[in-house]
Design a binder for this molecule. Structure first.
Ligand code: FES
Ligand code: FES
Length: 158
């Protein structure tokens, strides 16, 4: 079957890929572009492990087709760190031990980064509400929320 040629901006870099009509953005990222940070937890839009930013929207990449990304900017967890410098959220997740198996972590980091962009000083309730679509079977969520609050504090310079 003929493949589609798709051009996007991926983590700030012009990027092209070929994909089939039915291939999800998640599969394109992982299988065609070797960006395996985004995880497949459910493939049905329920767990958030595959969360990426697409054209300014937080989406489940398992529910988006690769061809739908044409001409759009995509941001994945691989875009958070700048060279050797981890994003404050990444550092705080490590400091707070806010991950265990790590399957949920990339999606939560992408989602939390967008939250702090929209709301640099979220309450605990606001963090829990924003991250409600990101399921974690390991941590019990408290450490995740603490890490996000701590990163927000640091990013505000508080
Ligand atoms: S893998 Fe996409 S929401 Fe679970
Ligand atoms: S750390 Fe295992 S699912 Fe969240």
């Amino acid at each position: 079957m003929a493949k589609h040629h798709v051009s996007v901006t991926l983590n700030g870099e012009p990027t092209e890929f070929l994909c089939s009509t039915r291939q999800t953005l998640l599969d394109v990222l992982r299988d065609e572009l070797n960006l395996t940070g985004s995880k497949e937890g459910c493939a049905s839009g329920d767990c958030g492990a595959c969360s990426v930013m697409l054209d300014g929207d937080l989406v489940c990449s398992c529910l988006v087709l690769g061809v739908e990304a044409q001409s759009k900017p995509i941001e994945t967890v691989e875009g958070l760190a700048q060279g050797d410098h981890l994003h404050p959220l990444q550092r705080k997740f490590l400091e707070h031990a806010a991950l265990q198996c790590g399957i949920c972590t990339p999606g939560i980091l992408v989602a939390a980064k967008e939250l702090l962009k929209r709301n640099p000083d979220p309450t605990e309730e606001e963090i829990r509400y924003w991250l409600a679509g990101n399921l974690c079977r390991c941590t019990g969520y408290n450490k995740i929320v603490e890490a996000v609050m701590d990163a927000a504090r640091e990013m505000r310079g508080a």
